[in-house]
Design a binder for this molecule. Structure first.
Ligand SMILES: C[S@@+](CC[C@H](N)C(=O)[O-])C[C@H]1O[C@@H](n2cnc3c(N)ncnc32)[C@H](O)[C@@H]1O
Length: 245
């Protein structure tokens, strides 16, 4: 039920303005994104992520990579430049259609629609690297923790999963900032968006202990948890690095 709602939102966004739905820069609204610049941002992001892993002394085997919540393939395409093969998975078929249109790598890149709250269509131990950014934050916590366990299941022993999810709002509960934030993201805002014909995008959190539990329950090990300063000031966004022995 909860995922149905997320899916409906992203089906609609993927049909109307897919690049803006992924990176919502005001000047790029109404299909104004320059696709070259959009995909260049993906390449920069993946190269920074791989440099970070190497700064931690982590060796990533460049065989097969998974991009979870791939949208139109901004990061999947970048992964294809680095890995032998990349697979992008998304809940929205309109996003996946867009991703297939932008694909520059033929059969080395494939895209799958996945509407369930697991990754059962992916085999155990079949990826060397899993990346996910600005996706798990749109998924209710029961499902996001399940996907995190699934990342570990589909990871090859010694593989690396690197994913982003906010751990909570930045403001302390009971403060004015927390109240203003709840008003800004609450039912009134969703209603206002709806009447202006804009699908409401939800933000969810998973605190670090639940992320660690999801990793540990699936037989994985957390290697690093770090704050990601690049997202909104209103929430604490985290990047987690995990492996499977
Ligand atoms: C903000 S976009 C980010 C796209 C991509 N990660 C990027 O950074 O270019 C979020 C994407 O997550 C996808 N998504 C949301 N819930 C999902 C789920 N349960 N499973 C797979 N994809 C999901 C949406 O359809 C959308 O394409």
């Amino acid at each position: 039920m909860a995922l149905k709602h997320v899916r409906k939102t992203y089906e609609e966004l993927g049909e109307k303005d897919p690049l803006y739905a992924v990176l919502s820069f005001k000047e790029a609204q109404h299909n104004q994104w320059d696709s070259e610049r959009f995909f260049a941002r993906g390449r920069a992001e993946i190269s920074t992520a791989l440099e970070h892993l190497s700064s931690l002394g982590l060796d990533v085997n460049k065989g097969r990579a998974l991009d979870f919540g791939c949208g139109v393939g901004r990061l999947t395409q970048a992964l294809c430049e680095e890995f032998g093969e990349a697979v992008g998975v998304d809940i929205s078929s309109s996003m996946i259609e867009g991703a297939r249109r932008f694909n520059q790598f033929g059969e080395r890149c494939s895209y799958l629609v996945n509407t369930s709250d697991d990754l059962a269509q992916l085999d155990d131990a079949s990826f060397d690297f899993i990346y996910s950014n600005i996706t798990l934050q749109h998924i209710p916590p029961d499902a996001s923790s399940r996907y995190i366990s699934e990342f570990i299941r589909v990871l090859r022993p010694g593989g690396i999963a690197l994913f982003q999810i906010p751990s909570g709002p930045r403001h302390e509960p009971g403060t004015l900032g927390a109240w203003l934030y709840s008003v800004r993201r609450g039912p009134l805002r969703r209603f206002w968006k709806r009447i202006r014909g804009k699908p409401p995008v939800e933000i969810h959190y998973l605190n670090q202990s639940l992320v660690e539990e999801a990793i540990g329950n699936a037989g994985g090990r957390l290697l690093e948890a770090r704050q990601d300063g690049s997202i909104r000031r209103s929430r604490v966004s985290m990047f987690y690095t995990a492996t499977r022995e």
